[in-house]
Design a protein around this ligand. Structure first.
Ligand SMILES: [Mn+2]
Length: 286
């Protein structure tokens, strides 16, 4: 079983790196594509099933693509309630889905995958959620856990930073904080990622960890990507969706009130229009 899992992560990582839709660290969907776009998933297996149900038969719908982000780490909602993290199962299901439909399921990099693969810890209520993930992998894979983790981390390293539709709708996990805008290197979308980009002062770290979503940051990332509207994750959204400005919104897919977007070909809709048309995951039978 572990050999198959390792092989799946290796194959998916190779496919991510060699994707014909990818330029630099951005995936560009074809002109006629329709996209189902999810926010942070955080190991929510039921919501992954709902997204898969909404995506339906991808073989019979060749223009349909799916965009996912922040797959791992189940986040405790109160002190002392760190859940046993089953998110590696959700991750493995996504990777199998990717391999079943080459070039159709796109996962973009989130700060939780970055932290997990680089050993930068994330603490919640004083407990390490990165440790919780490795413990769960160790319990499940025993002696092979280190090899499985190495394959998972290589897969994380293969993930693009953003995805864009032909109409200029871009999906990116987060934006740099205002205090980093002066030194943020926006060429990171187009050039090879260096180890320094992943460290605290690096461009990938800044991009994925910022929380302020200011006008300045939105404009900077839109300009770097050449995009019209940004779909973001990262910030928890109790109602599933939050309009930041006319051209930026946040969605979340990691709880019972989460949503997804379904976007057709054509010019990127406004953030408000996308929010109005967001699909509650609870409305989809898994
Ligand atoms: Mn995040």
């Amino acid at each position: 079983m572990w050999e198959q899992v390792i092989r799946a992560f290796q194959q998916a990582a190779s496919a991510n790196r060699a994707s014909p839709l990818r330029t630099g660290n951005v995936v560009h969907l074809p002109d006629d594509a329709e996209a189902i776009i999810a926010g942070d998933l955080h190991g929510h297996g039921q919501n992954l099933l709902r997204i898969q149900a909404l995506a339906g038969d991808l073989a019979a719908n060749p223009r349909r693509h799916v965009v996912l982000q922040e797959l791992i780490h189940q986040i405790p909602c109160q002190e002392g309630a760190l859940p046993a993290d089953g998110s590696h199962h959700v991750l493995a299901r996504v990777v199998r889905w990717q391999l079943q439909h080459p070039g159709r399921i796109h996962v973009i990099l989130g700060n939780h995958e970055l932290a997990q693969m680089t050993g930068q810890d994330i603490l919640k209520w004083g407990a390490s959620i990165c440790r919780s993930f490795t413990d769960a992998v160790a319990r499940h894979y025993g002696d092979q856990a280190q090899d499985v983790l190495a394959a998972i981390y290589d897969y994380f390293g293969s993930l693009p930073l953003a995805l864009q539709t032909a109409g200029g709708l871009a999906v990116v996990h987060s934006l740099p904080a205002d205090r980093h805008m002066r030194d943020f290197d926006a060429t990171v979308f187009a050039r090879p990622i260096e180890p320094g980009d992943l460290r605290r002062s690096g461009a990938v770290y800044q991009l994925l960890w910022g929380r302020s979503f200011t006008r300045h940051a939105i404009d900077c990332v839109k300009k770097a990507l050449g995009s019209g509207t940004l779909v973001l994750g990262h910030q928890p959204q109790p109602t599933g969706v939050c309009v930041v400005d006319y051209d930026a919104l946040i969605i979340a897919s990691d709880h019972a009130g989460g949503v997804v977007l379904k976007v057709g070909p054509g010019p990127a809709p406004s953030a408000q229009r996308l929010a109005d048309q967001a699909i509650p995951l609870a409305s989809i039978a898994p």
